[in-house]
Design a protein around this ligand. Structure first.
Ligand code: UD1
Length: 418
């Protein structure tokens, strides 16, 4: 199993090109199942997760070619009507295949995704809404079996009882080819959801968003069209926090600050300085890092749960009883025991972590546990004196394209060991 070794302390200095968004690429690639024709999707990050999704779709019979951040979708016709356990258990986002697949084909079966290290992550919101669209669902032998009797899915007027990114994407995709007009309320409106909608509209869908309400006019068919995926706001936020934690200076290219409006407001209060060079290039630095009082993770436009672990790591030396509350996932603090290995003084009470100031952090042997938590270990390693070994870095490879090369180019003493 691969590891990375970081010798700290390090200061992040140089420039980083932000990759295309992972969480926008995944549903956009899945949504090609809805459409006919072919297309190029540009700015797709070359990550374990994107390569894995491509292999799932190939296994279902689609013809795709992925080269240098561009995915060519030659044919998105499914010949096999089952997404198997071996694939789905490795990537929860694959549940989003169900909506588009059952809207194009009368039967489809997908393995139950199960829980993961950050929580149980149910799929009730996905299944209940599909059921309301005329899909008969049964769960047998670890599989969700979906079947529709009518020629098309029924349109749906539905208020999600809770906000879910994946359920919003799944159901809005299913509704694009439904027999009439649908209205979804209490939707997730993350930039990645909006990017999916923009792609679908470019392919002939008719989807509108007003606040948390999404209306979808069912159309006869979609035709694939070329598209460029948005930059990854979570990757950008992670490098911004790493720059702040190490009092560095960075030029960020291919970055859209509008997708990070609230986090940037918080980071400015913590001491971040940001200067616009062009519409997509920004210079950032942070000379003095100030503690935050309390941050609560929330759905967009709130503070993202995917930048929670990195924020905690950044606050380790400046936190004066700073508090971070995790409001989205029930178990997203698995990085805390790992951060303690550096000497961090952190306490957990239910959904809240309190960060007590730690002056001396020392390198340690640690283990990556989920994609974003893993980056908090990188930040802690850069702030610590001495050698850190991070095990199980496949989690980082799932979400951060060329992270070791990008960090090395900015002066970090980092080596990947095979
Ligand atoms: C997506 C992102 C992930 C991010 C999360 C929240 C992708 C590939 N992943 O995950 O990086 O952290 O949004 O911003 O885009 N829930 C249910 N029932 C359901 C669906 C969700 O109870 O049917 C719960 C989940 O357990 C979780 C909460 O709702 O507690 C939010 O999950 P959701 O927004 O669905 O996250 P994902 O789409 O899985």
């Amino acid at each position: 199993m691969q590891t990375v070794v970081i010798k700290g302390p390090s200061t992040l200095k140089g420039q980083i090109n932000i990759s295309g968004s992972k969480n926008a690429s995944l549903p956009i690639i899945i949504s090609t199942l809805l459409a006919k024709g072919d297309c190029f999707i540009h700015n797709v990050p070359n990550l374990r997760d994107t390569r894995f999704l491509i292999s799932i779709l190939k296994n279902l019979g689609c013809i795709l070619d992925f080269q240098k951040n561009t995915l060519f979708v030659k044919n998105s016709t499914i010949t096999k009507k089952s997404a198997d356990y071996e694939y789905v258990r490795q990537m929860r986002a694959s549940i989003v295949i169900l909506g588009p697949a059952i809207s194009r084909y009368k039967k489809f079966k997908i393995a139950l995704p199960g829980g993961c290290s950050i929580g149980t992550r149910g799929i009730d919101l996905h299944l209940n809404a599909l059921n309301l669209m005329g899909v008969k669902i049964s769960i047998k032998n670890g599989y969700v079996n979906a079947e529709r009797k009518k020629d098309k899915l029924d349109p749906i007027i539905h208020k999600f009882p809770r906000i879910s990114v994946g359920a919003t994407q799944n159901i809005l995709m299913a509704a694009t080819l439904a027999n009439g007009n649908s209205k979804l309320q209490n939707c997730a409106i993350e930039p990645e959801v909006i990017d999916l909608i923009n792609f679908l509209n470019k392919c002939g869908a008719c989807i509108k968003v007003i606040k948390r309400t999404i209306t979808i006019k069912g159309v006869e068919e979609l035709k694939l069209n070329d598209y460029k995926v948005i930059p990854d706001r979570i990757e950008a936020g992670s490098y911004i926090l790493a720059t702040m934690a190490t009092k560095g200076r960075l030029k960020l290219n291919n970055f859209n600050p509008k997708d990070l409006t609230l986090p940037l407001k918080v980071y400015r209060e913590m001491g971040l300085k940001i200067k616009k060079i062009s519409n997509s290039s920004f210079e950032i630095n942070c000379k003095t890092l100030k503690p935050i009082k309390k941050i609560i993770t929330k759905e967009f436009p709130g503070y993202p749960t995917d930048l929670q672990a990195q924020l905690i790591a950044t606050q380790l030396k400046s936190g004066l009883k700073s508090k971070v509350v995790e409001n989205i996932f029930e178990n997203r603090f698995i990085h805390i025991p790992e951060l303690r290995r550096f000497g961090a003084n952190l306490s957990i009470n239910g959904k809240t972590v309190t960060i007590h100031k730690t002056l001396n952090l020392l390198g340690a042997e640690v283990m990556a546990t989920d994609i974003r938590a893993s980056f908090s270990l990188i930040i802690a390693a850069m702030m610590s004196k001495g050698k850190t070994v991070i095990n199980r870095i496949y989690h980082l490879d799932r979400g951060y394209e060329d992270f070791d090369l990008k960090l090395k180019k900015c002066g970090v003493n980092i080596i990947r060991k095979k």
